[in-house]
Write a protein that binds this ligand. Sequence first.
Ligand SMILES: Nc1nc2c(c(=O)[nH]1)N[C@@H](CN(C=O)c1ccc(C(=O)N[C@@H](CCC(=O)O)C(=O)O)cc1)CN2
Length: 291
Amino acid sequence: MTAQKLDGSATLKAIKAELTERVAALREQGVVPGLGTVLVGDDPGSHWYVGAKHKDCAEIGIESIRVDLPATSTQAEVEAAIDELNADPACTGFLVQQPTGLDEFALLSRVDPDKDVDGLHPVNLGRLVLGEEGSLPCTPLGCIELLRRHGIELRGAEVVVVGRGLTVGRPMGLLLTRRSENATATLCHTGTRDLAAHTRNADVVIAAAGVPGIITADMVKPGAAVLDVGVSRVDGKIAGDVAADVWETAGWVSPNPGGVGPMTRAMLLMNVVTMAERSLAAAKAAAKVTA
Ligand SMILES: Nc1nc2c(c(=O)[nH]1)N[C@@H](CN(C=O)c1ccc(C(=O)N[C@@H](CCC(=O)O)C(=O)O)cc1)CN2
């Protein structure tokens, strides 16, 4: 048996078509969504990701504001760029591409939470813990959307997340256990005594450890869905966390590339549009009160 593909590239395309209509509706009401990015340094991967994000935006009618800073930039210089985007009305949402090599917590905390399209500002992570409305982290959200759009039920499912990083693992557990998802989430990490005992019991495995091939066929329940989030580079090529033999045991696997990466971009676009819609609704409500 060969697993079916959880196709992130095709899903990104479908989401872009849906968002194109929502952006057009916003523009008709005088709101032009604009995505800002702050990129520090010369890392080729980061340049590719930021380039792809702006290309996606152009395809669906979102404006771009790209701020590229040299690798020699100081914390204060990057913070000044963030302050400018916070104050720029043409920028409805922005992100600081990681890694920067600087104090990322300080940079993230400086972004206006209502412009935080990455959903990583402490206020937005706090809103997620409290179950309040806010922007949500793109990669975990993309994993859930990828499963949903392929008809994989999360309600009541045993989901094992491998990795406890701040951008994927930790928020993933919080998203999965919201009432709207109602999954049972187990967060495994380097301190987990018997990783295979957990993954073998899972209906869904989300591998975000950043260790090439850490999930092998013998660790997966036949028919399970396996999402490969890890991105490592081996001999210049992307190497995910999921070994090739998993395709023979699992029911569904997300390829890497072509799986969760494009979904991260899709959810970024979704966040930009949703946040612009929310601020339009808030402006309309405020106008009604003062009328
Ligand atoms: N501020 C942020 N920085 C980083 C994030 C993030 O969500 N916010 N995540 C990653 C990088 N990332 C988004 O920025 C990202 C990763 C992968 C892809 C993608 O589409 N990948 C392609 C393959 C690309 C290639 O060939 O190199 C795929 O998987 O098919 C998009 C965005 C770290 N930084």
